[in-house]
Structures are given as structure tokens and as C-alpha cells.
Design a protein around this ligand. Structure first.
Ligand code: 5GP
Length: 192
């Protein structure tokens, strides 16, 4: 998606050699008009499959998924929670994710009420790095017997292992709107 590449080039910042900061439109402040374009693009790419629900993970995935839902006939969005709380349904699916950015393992949970074996699910997330979050979300959906139609990613870091883990080792359809091939001395290079 050319507009996304342009946005990353003008507003994104490379941190070291492997982290991209896009707080001005995706991870802190949200550019809603631009998120609409992202939602439309996901809908165009996944127009060949049935989607009854979009699944994502808190926090940054929520806005992207909710805005995208408008272009998937307003299907419900379910986001995995990362912390236990007294008002979270005790009957839930569980998983664990190793966070590349936080360098620790955290739990993820979705109430059994909100995914069923009838569901055809599109997983959406902001970044793909080593693929642990997307794979754990897929496992949660499969615990419910749901079908995962694919994974939609806004920014994939192609130099990390997530693409290979999901596409080649787990045969998951992954569609990324921009793929970064390298970060070198603050310079971001995209895959064509
Ligand atoms: P993975 O599970 O694929 O290793 O990492 C994906 C998750 O880590 C995403 O949900 C995202 O929140 C976070 N993440 C990974 N790399 C980056 C990055 O370069 N920038 C930002 N902002 N988040 C990242």
C-alpha cells in the first residue's frame, strides 16, 4: 500500500535496527481517516473469503480492527485481553505470547462466549515481528473450533521470522500492507 509506505517514511522512526515507532498514526495517536484507508484495503484483499468476526489483541489492534470492521459489513470485533480481571468471564480460551518489544511472556484470553465453531475469522494486528502474537491468536480461535481465514497485518518486518513461521511453517494466509526489508542507520527499506 503506497500511501502506507509514504506515511511510514514521513512519520515513522526507526529505533535501533529492529523497531519501528509509528506513534503519530497507529500506536498512540490514531489517524482515523488513514485507518479508514487501511480498513478498506484489508476488505479489498480479503474480499474472496467469508469473514464473520475479526479477532485482534489489545491495545493497538483494537482501533485498526474496529475501523476495518465497517468494510466487512460491521462484523463483530473480539480482542484478546492480556490481563486477568474480576469482570472477565471465567470460561475462556487461554494462550501465551512472548513479546518481542517487551521481552517477556504474557497471557492472552478470550471469553468462550465470543468465538464459536461457526466463525470464519480474520485476525488483524498492527505489526508482524516474530509471529508469536498472531500464532497465539490463531490457536485461541482454533480452541473454539473456528476457521481462521487469514491474518491481516499493517506493517510486517520482513527481516524477522514471523512471516516464515506463519506462512511456511503454519500455512496461514498472511497479507501485510507494507513489508519492511531492513532498517539500516535509521533508513527504512521496503519490499516491492
Ligand atoms: P510478534 O508477536 O510478531 O513478535 O510481535 C507482534 C507484536 O509486537 C505486535 O502486536 C506489536 O504490538 C508488537 N511489535 C513488534 N514489533 C514492533 C515494532 O517494531 N513496533 C511496534 N510499535 N510494535 C511492534
Amino acid at each position: 500500500m503506497e500511501a502506507l509506505k509514504k506515511k511510514i517514511m514521513t512519520e515513522g522512526k526507526a529505533i535501533g535496527t529492529d523497531i519501528i515507532k509509528v506513534d503519530s498514526f497507529l500506536n498512540h495517536q490514531i489517524d482515523v481517516a488513514f485507518m479508514n484507508e487501511i480498513g478498506k484495503e484489508f476488505a479489498r484483499i480479503f474480499s474472496d473469503v467469508e469473514v464473520t468476526k475479526i479477532v485482534t489483541i489489545e491495545a493497538s489492534g483494537i482501533a485498526i480492527a474496529a475501523i476495518a470492521s465497517q468494510y466487512f459489513n460491521y462484523v463483530p470485533v473480539v480482542f484478546a485481553k492480556k490481563t486477568e480481571s474480576r469482570n472477565l468471564d471465567p470460561d475462556k480460551y487461554h494462550g501465551e505470547v512472548y513479546s518481542f518489544t517487551k521481552q517477556k511472556v504474557y497471557p492472552i484470553m478470550i471469553s468462550k462466549k465470543y468465538i464459536s465453531s461457526e466463525d470464519k475469522i480474520l485476525i488483524i494486528d498492527d505489526f508482524l515481528a516474530n509471529g508469536k502474537a498472531a500464532l497465539a491468536l490463531k490457536n485461541l480461535c482454533e480452541q473454539a473450533g473456528a476457521t481462521v481465514q487469514g491474518v491481516g497485518i499493517v506493517i510486517e518486518k520482513g527481516f524477522q521470522s514471523g512471516g516464515k513461521l506463519l506462512r511456511e511453517e503454519n500455512h496461514i494466509r498472511v497479507e501485510s500492507l507494507a513489508i519492511i526489508d531492513s532498517i539500516d542507520d535509521g533508513k527504512i527499506t521496503f519490499r516491492d
